[in-house]
Design a protein around this ligand. Structure first.
Ligand SMILES: [Zn+2]
Length: 318
């Protein structure tokens, strides 16, 4: 189904204005939270590249992207019977009155590696904001799971070093990402999966959070002879097209099956081309959705996570 035209754009503009008013009323802009900052709408018609969520039981595969809470997502990709398992932004301290708080039982399952969060190969942090990351909980998780690897921006690792539970023995299992905006990290492998990363501005740039290192990860795992499952998790990346020019060659080098984006990317002008062309992704699923789902989002045909356990399939790409 294709959306677009004046009615859709009016809806979005109104909705963002409403969100802003609510956030301002709640004093949220004083906090290091992550608010939607859509770029101005234009008159282009959007192309829909996503549908609804998927039914894991019907997928006949253990692979897929599974919602944890907020921006937290578990991905299982590669071989259908023994996929590599990664977590993105799974543990956070702050909900800012907007996002779903984590209860202690869920925190413990993730920290201790209990099903479905067992046998995790690595955990990724997009950026060191309280609604994406908890330094103390990460220290507990690194202590509890002695094989677990961690990939995170330098700012997050520095917070862990300064928080309770830090142990220098963690260091050999940690990959620190230190990049400038527009830079990409050298690719490396974890459990047979290829890990790539780039830094682009946090949403709100340049007025808000410009000092925060936001990392997008692209992970690829071989499925068949020349077929991959590939995902990207964008953290709180600003959706403005101009930030991605520096990553154009990187993004065009491989088609991503599933882009996991903060939901406000769907509220920008022509999100279909943002996902399909700029990000070079087959489909997208939204994360970081407030407990009170924005009205405009509910009216789109976009797939987005609101509850733990929801699944989005990862299309195979070359
Ligand atoms: Zn943030």
């Amino acid at each position: 189904m294709s959306r677009g035209g004046a009615i859709g754009f009016v809806w979005r503009n109104r909705s963002f204005a409403m969100i802003r008013r609510i956030l301002i009323a709640a004093g949220a802009f004083a906090l290091p939270a992550c608010g939607p900052e859509p770029e101005p709408e234009n008159s282009m018609t959007e192309k829909s590249v996503t549908g609804g969520l998927d039914d894991k039981a019907a997928m006949q595969s253990q692979t897929g992207a599974t919602a944890i809470l907020n921006a937290g997502v578990m991905t299982e990709l590669g071989a259908a019977d023994q996929p590599v398992k990664f977590l993105f932004d799974p543990l956070y301290d702050d909900h800012y009155g907007t996002f779903q708080p984590m209860d202690q039982a869920l925190i413990n399952r993730i920290v201790e590696g209990q099903a479905p969060y067992d046998n995790v190969d690595a955990v990724f942090v997009s950026h060191a904001h309280g609604d994406h990351f908890s330094p103390a909980a990460f220290n507990r998780m690194m202590a509890a799971q002695s094989e677990l690897k961690l990939i995170a921006p330098k700012q997050a690792i520095e917070q862990m070093r300064g928080d309770q539970g830090w142990d220098p023995v963690f260091a050999v299992r940690i990959t620190e990402i230190a990049l400038e905006n527009g830079e990409q990290a050298a690719a490396f492998e974890i459990s047979g999966a290829r890990v790539e990363a780039f830094r682009s501005p946090h949403t709100g740039w340049p007025d808000n959070h410009s000092d925060v290192h936001n990392i997008t990860y692209r992970i690829s795992a071989l499925v068949g002879d020349a077929s991959y499952q590939r995902v990207m998790h964008f953290g709180d990346a600003d959706p403005s097209r101009k930030h991605y020019a520096a990553h154009g060659e990187f993004l065009s080098s491989a088609r991503t099956g599933l882009a996991i984006v903060p939901y406000w990317h769907f509220g920008t002008a022509n999100p279909g081309s943002l996902i399909d062309q700029t990000f070079n992704a087959e489909r997208a699923v939204g994360m970081h959705v407030p407990v009170s789902v924005p009205g405009w989002l509910g009216k789109t045909d976009r797939a987005y996570f609101t509850e733990e356990g929801q699944v989005a399939a990862i299309p195979e790409t070359e």
